[in-house]
Design a protein around this ligand. Sequence first.
Ligand code: ADP
Length: 265
Amino acid sequence: GARDTTWAVHVIPDAGRIVLTFEDRTAAEEVSQFRRDFVANVSHELRTPLTALQGFIETLRGAARNDAAARERFLGIMERESARMTQLVDDLLSLSRVEEGERQRPIQAIAIGALVAATLADLEPVIAAAQVKVTLTDDTAGASVLGDTNQLRQVFGNLIENAVKYGGTGGTLTVTLDAPAQHNALHAKGIAVHVQDRGPGIAQHHIPRLTERFYRVDTHRSRALGGTGLGLAIVKHIINRHRGRLLIKSALGQGTTFTVILPQS
Ligand code: ADP
């Protein structure tokens, strides 16, 4: 944004000096703007299901009172809407917990291959329901990374769930672990985990914004699938805390690959 700088000239006669002070308020302004946007977004996200719930309660009291089939259908929708609100609150709490601990680097040594396999096993019901075929390849020979078990499970859980959700029914999911020679200038060795789907893909201009809070390519589709729009924001924060990197590659009609690179322990 535009810089917001105030400056003042102080003349101190006794000392025979002139003091010039600058105060840059840009950063502070941006933070408070970000906070306002965030609160507005959260309010909107909660308001939508609440309005729906209120509407259905009225309908159940009135028009649908003696219609058993309609009642059942509306109760099903109400159940989904309240589950989504619960998910939203859980995601908001995750996000604030991750942000709080962001300066502390996790120090546990974690066998990354086993962690990814366990995350896939946890998601077996979701994967089976979507009839997705999974291939897991681990070329790291039991390498470990420095990390936080729960947070890394959340990262891979979110990426795998997205691949299943957006990849479409009957799709394929390929999870590959390898050890690239160079992670970055600071870490000579890193472990890469690639989560690849063969879904519809994401247009290039969306990619840099995917990890923003509440950013969705298709809001309607995300909502219909129970998404909160916070999953990738949480993923990004957790990876930052691990001093790792997130790479996103996608081609329309071909699929998407999310790559997480973590420093090897
Ligand atoms: P959501 O709760 O909406 O899934 P995320 O933060 O996890 O939120 O993802 C943000 C958006 O990125 C999604 O709404 C979706 O549009 C897009 N997205 C994420 N993963 C994929 C994927 N594997 N294929 C296509 N689009 C994806």
